[in-house]
Write a protein that binds this ligand. Structure first.
Ligand code: NAD
Length: 503
């Protein structure tokens, strides 16, 4: 059952505020192509007000209210947010399915992860105080040194549409746990649940300005946020192209950035893999979230001797996938998020066809779905390493296939990419899998599976997929500055200069 999309404003300084320019952006349901509501469209003026609010919140009561309050104080709010989201789990999952096109079963699971993420970082916030004043062992006894961990300050958090509330939670929860104050700028393509996070913050009485949420376009709201001189750090998840712009802009003021960018992840299947399990994980790796996960394993590298059988079996599995409105029970593949994304996929398929690749199956709108940005699971063979469809990320349920004969060849093909986010390997020979895990240039490696991620484990890329690590303790460190404190403890004068005679 569909739910009504709440009409919201920007969330600044603990209150709903109409955008300075009073503009809004329509929300299109990707399954029906209908406009189902709208979101506020923030611009530079709103960014300015939000950054000022976040600065005030950081310094309020000399920091004692938030940034230098005991971790347990902030943990209380994080747990309250988790609990409130959990209460609204079903409704939020429905909103996200309608907004993004992700199957309801997936958004239910994603919202569950959001709850766990806030709870997890509440735990780390509580543990933070005990980690203060960690002594550093020195090579002299004349000095004593310890380390303080302090919040980075005001942080700008810019996120994407493929896991709308979850990507926000991966940043908001550790940033607040660390004692930062934040401005979240979700993707204009799926902001609905992030605006509901604002409502949750109001419900739990989060101090004003600690979290501000600005919806809007990248160039109008994201860019002024990332260049604002009073923003101390930008944490960004999105495309590599936007990431380079953010990094270049940040370089002007030596503003630190955390970047989680695109991918074109390989899945390598050896002939000794368990066929059925490998086929299901391959299917999951390219069809979950409509193949629109940054780490979707969109390059299948399969051993020549089993390639035909594997691809045929994959077709058997994909034929049974229920493609439908994401709200329908049992849906496993919804529409892609937007018209722009939809057209992009067909452009890549056209390009591949004209470069003499073969669309083995799929590549069309399912016959029974006349409206919506739906595309069948698609397998493309006869691909060369020079083809755009092999090299470039475009996100969608489209799998390119190449074959190999030797282990070395498989690794070379896997590493033949400017990206390095995820990589999967399927084989019963665990030593072979470990060799692959060491050799592959990727920040996340899956052995005999593809895609699972865990709040406790680090997430991030190699090469042009970015360089930061979110989640786990690494995710908290992104929002902490390290301060060295050194004390001279010797009874003797330092003795570098000749002391003058007593006056
Ligand atoms: P995008 O780069 O177009 O947009 C991401 C965010 O940046 C949006 O909020 C957008 O409004 C904003 N933005 C756009 N231009 C900006 C600018 N000039 N300055 C500041 N902000 C700007 O990416 P997208 O299409 O929303 O997301 C898909 C991309 O995200 C894919 O490349 C995917 O692989 C990547 N992604 C990566 C991870 C990861 O963990 N590495 C996770 C999810 C998605």
């Amino acid at each position: 059952m569909a739910v009504e999309i709440p009409s919201r404003q920007l969330f600044i300084d603990g209150e709903w505020k109409e955008p300075v320019l009073k503009k809004r952006i329509p929300i299109i349901n990707p399954a029906t192509e209908e406009t189902i509501g709208d979101i506020p469209r923030a611009t530079a003026g709103d960014v300015k007000i939000a950054v000022e609010a976040a600065r005030r919140a950081l310094a309020r009561n000399n920091g004692k209210d938030w940034s230098s309050a005991p971790g347990a104080t902030r943990a209380k709010y994080l747990r309250a947010i988790a609990s409130k989201i959990n209460e609204r789990k079903t409704e939020l999952a429905k909103l996200e399915a309608m907004d993004s096109g992700k199957p309801l079963d997936e958004t239910v699971s994603d919202i569950g992860e959001v709850v766990s993420c806030f709870e997890y970082y509440a735990g780390l916030a509580e543990g933070l105080d005990a980690k203060q004043k960690t002594p550093v062992s020195l090579s002299t006894e004349k000095f004593k040194t310890h380390v303080l961990k302090e919040p980075v300050g005001v942080v700008g958090l810019i996120t994407t549409w493929n896991y709308p509330l979850l990507m926000a939670a991966w940043k908001v929860a550790p940033a607040l746990a660390a004692g930062c104050t934040a401005i979240l700028k979700p993707s204009e393509l799926a902001s609905v649940t992030c605006l509901e996070l604002a409502e949750v913050c109001i419900n739990v009485g989060l101090p004003p300005g600690v979290l501000n949420i600005l919806t809007g376009l990248g160039n109008e709201a994201g860019a002024p946020l990332s260049t604002h001189p009073d923003v101390d750090k930008i944490s960004f998840t999105g495309s590599t192209l936007t990431g380079t712009k953010i990094m270049a802009a940040a370089a002007q003021s030596v503003k630190p950035v955390a970047l989680e960018l695109g991918g074109k992840s390989p899945i390598v299947v050896f002939d000794d893999a368990d066929m059925e399990k490998a086929v299901e994980w391959t299917c999951f790796g390219i069809c979950s979230s409509g193949g629109q996960t940054c780490s979707s394993t969109s390059r299948l590298i399969v051993q020549e001797s089993i390639a035909m059988e594997f691809v045929n079996r994959l077709e058997d599995w994909t034929k049974l996938i229920k493609i439908s409105d994401p709200m329908e029970e049992g849906c496993r593949l919804g529409p892609v998020v937007s018209k722009g994304q939809y057209e992009k996929i067909f452009k890549y398929l056209e390009g591949a066809r004209s470069a003499k690749a073969k669309v083995l199956y799929g590549g069309n709108r399912p016959e029974n779905l006349k409206k919506g940005f739906f595309i069948e699971p698609t397998v493309v063979t006869e691909v060369t390493c020079a083809m755009k469809i092999w090299r470039e990320e475009f996100l969608g349920p489209v799998l390119c296939v190449k074959t190999f004969n030797t282990e070395e060849e498989a690794l070379d093909l896997a590493n033949d990419s400017p990206y390095g986010l995820g990589a999967a390997v399927m084989s019963k020979d665990l030593e072979k899998c470990e060799r692959f895990a060491k050799g592959v240039q990727a920040g996340v490696v899956w052995i005999n599976c593809s895609q699972p991620s865990f709040i406790q484990a680090p997430w991030g890329g190699y090469k042009r997929s970015g360089f930061s690590r979110e989640l786990g303790e690494w995710g908290l460190e992104l929002y902490l500055n390290i301060k060295q404190v050194t004390e001279y403890v010797s009874d003797q004068p330092y003795g570098w200069f000749e002391p003058p005679p007593p006056s």
